[in-house]
Each structure stands twice: as C-alpha cells, then as structure tokens.
Design a protein around this ligand. Structure first.
Ligand code: ZN
Ligand code: ZN
Length: 368
C-alpha cells in the first residue's frame, strides 16, 4: 500500500497562518502531525515554518520518523531528537528564533504552554488544521474506502451468528477478529453491539455479556482502522420477526437517513442535513427519541470536522467524508440506528458503505 503523500500540506498550513499574520506554528496533535508528515509516533511536536520544518521527537522514534517522512514525501522535514522537556524547549526555541508561534491551545499541555511562552509568544491557532484536513485527497479516500469495505465484509460474515443465545461481547470479538484478519490494523473504536430493550436504547452502549433473545433489536456500530484512517458504519438487526413497532421505527429511521443523505452536497449547510433527518421524526411525533447529532467527519480521527448538528452554519466542502446516522431510542423498545459513511462531491455524495440496509435483516434462525 503506497503511503499517503503529504507534499504541499505544510505549504497550505503556512498560507492559513499567513492570513493571521504568522509564519510558523508548533503542532502537538498526533493526527495533525501525521497528516502533515506521515509520522505516526506517539511522542513529538512539529514546527512548521517558512524557514524550514522540524519534527522534534524522542530517541525511540528517530529511525521510524526518518523512514515515514521519506515514504510520505516529507523528506524536507528535519528530524531532531530531544530526550527531555528542556531539550525539546531548547530545540523549539532554536528553530523558531523567538518569533510569534501558532500553537494548539486546546491540545498542548498547560505546563508546556507556560514553559514555551518563556521562549516565544504563543498564539492559539486551533482549528486551522482541522479545516485543512477536511478535503480528503484520493489516496485518503482510498484508505477510508478500504476500511469501510473491511467492516462490511466482517459484518457479512458475522450477521448469520446473530441468533438467540449469543452474547454482545462474542459478536464484538468476532467482528474485531475478522476485521483484523481481513487486513485492518484494528477496530476503528470499540465496536458497539447493543441489544434488547435496555442496552440498544443507549446510543453508546459498551458490549456486555447479555445474550440475544428473540425480539431484540441489535444495534451494531463498527469501523476498521487502515493506515491511520477510520471507517464508521451502523446497522440494526432484529432477532426473529420484527414487531409492528420495530418495523415502523426501522422504516422511519431508513426514511430519515435517506432524507439526510439526499441533502448531502457540496455547499449544503451542516444544520440542513440535521434538519432533513429530524423532520421525518417530527412528522411521526418521535423527535424526542433522536437524542444525538446527525453525523460527523471521519478521517485520521473517528470524530472530526465537520460536525453535523442542529446548530452551526458551516458548509460541506467537496472531499469531506461524513457520516449520516439518525436513530431512535427508547428503553423498553430498544434502539434503531442506520449509519453510512459518504464522500461529499460537487453533485451530491458517494456512499462508501456497501452493507445492505433496506430491511432490519432478521437473521435468525438461519434455515438452509
Ligand atoms: Zn458509528
Ligand atoms: Zn459515527
């Protein structure tokens, strides 16, 4: 797999900094460093500067950093090793020459902010990189598509196992094992398997030892991680025949998601996607049961810009990769959620989620 090529990204950051009267920035966020350089180590800071870029890491990562920078097309980034905070501050101060420095106030530890402030004026520039990262290039979309296809394949393998008597944790373990076997580096996040009248009613339930029983709704929210990039998908199953209420809810969530997807196009306001989804539930008198936002961006982070909620007038851009994931939840009935991952384009969107969703997929019993 060819690593994502990062050339040109640091220059785009410099252009954004220039609009704020700055010509350098210290980057602390791991995903931002990875996006700019390809370096995936867990320690280090990156100085992006009009006078040359420097990655300051500790001794454990020097070789890895040099290899990854080269493979990602970031060979112009110098690698400096610093073993202590004092050495790091010294390296920052040498490469920034006391000039004002953009920094991530929401990410950098306060102690580091304080000690670096003795060397240079720090200016909060949070959000610059998360905006630049929104426009995924073809190689990023390729990795996200691979991750989405792996999750779909794992779900296809595991769906026949969704029968009475199997526990949520067993289903999670099967999905995660199969995603790894299919080529994922791991799950994108802890897989959600939430079943029955109580657990499925919690949008972010963690899998338990509860065993499925006939009549359960089973919400499965699963994604794969491939070369740093995430995927995100939710499907809802019913063990046995759906009740009339479960079928009605499923049809409503399906319709809500279809309305949301229809509204996804370059230039659409994020709040319009949310409103399109919510309107279906309002018409059915169930708006109170849709208790979370409609979607979020996905990339090097599982939750990133843009966030699709009821407020905010941000507009979708071509290359945004976002989820559309309406759901209904009520203790006693359970929960239904359908989530797809799509790429925003100038004429709408491309859906990256191949797993079928036009039925609550009653999986049990499997008669052959
Ligand atoms: Zn999800
Ligand atoms: Zn999601």
């Amino acid at each position: 797999m060819t690593p994502v090529q990062v050339s040109g990204r640091a220059e785009r950051l410099l252009a954004s900094l220039d609009e704020r009267g700055l010509d350098q920035m210290i980057v602390s966020d791991r995903s931002n460093i990875r996006w700019l350089t390809g370096f995936s180590g867990s320690a280090g800071v990156l100085i992006v500067s009009a006078r040359g870029h420097v990655l300051i890491s500790d001794g454990r990562y020097t070789d890895q950093a040099q290899d990854q920078l080269e493979m990602s097309g970031a060979a112009d980034v110098a690698v400096v090793t610093a073993r202590t905070a004092a050495e790091r501050n010294n390296a920052v101060s040498v490469s920034t020459s006391g000039r004002p420095l953009g920094a991530e106030a929401l990410v950098m530890p306060h102690s580091e902010w304080s000690s670096l402030s003795a060397h240079a004026e720090l200016v909060a520039t949070d959000g610059l990189l998360s905006q630049l990262r929104r426009r995924k290039d073809e190689s990023e979309i390729g990795l996200i598509t691979t991750a989405a296809d792996i999750a779909t394949a794992a779900m296809s393998e595991v769906a026949p196992m969704l029968v009475a008597g199997v526990s949520e944790r067993e289903i999670r373990d099967e999905l995660e094992y199969r995603m790894r076997r299919l080529g994922a580096d791991g799950p994108s996040y802890e897989t959600i398997v939430a079943s029955g009248p109580t657990n499925a009613a919690l949008p972010h339930a963690r899998p338990t030892s509860r065993q499925l029983v006939e009549g359960d709704t089973v919400v499965i929210d699963v994604g794969a991680l491939v070369a740093g990039y995430h995927s995100d998908m939710t499907r809802t199953f019913v063990v046995g025949e759906p009740s009339d209420e479960q079928q009605r809810w499923y049809d409503l969530v399906f319709a809500s998601q279809a309305e949301g997807l229809d509204a996804v196009i370059e230039g659409a306001r994020v709040s319009d996607i949310d409103r399109a989804c919510r309107a279906v539930f309002e018409d059915a008198g169930l708006a109170d049961l849709f208790v979370h936002g409609t979607g979020h961006g996905v990339g090097l982070d599982i939750h990133e810009e843009p966030f699709l909620g009821s407020s905010g007038d941000a507009e979708l851009v071509a290359g945004d990769v976002v989820t559309v994931e309406p759901g209904l939840y009520r203790v006693g009935t359970g929960g239904i959620r359908i989530e797809d991952l799509v790429v925003v384009t100038s004429d709408g969107h491309r859906n990256l989620t191949a797993y079928p969703k036009d039925n609550p997929c009653p999986p049990s019993p499997q008669m052959t």
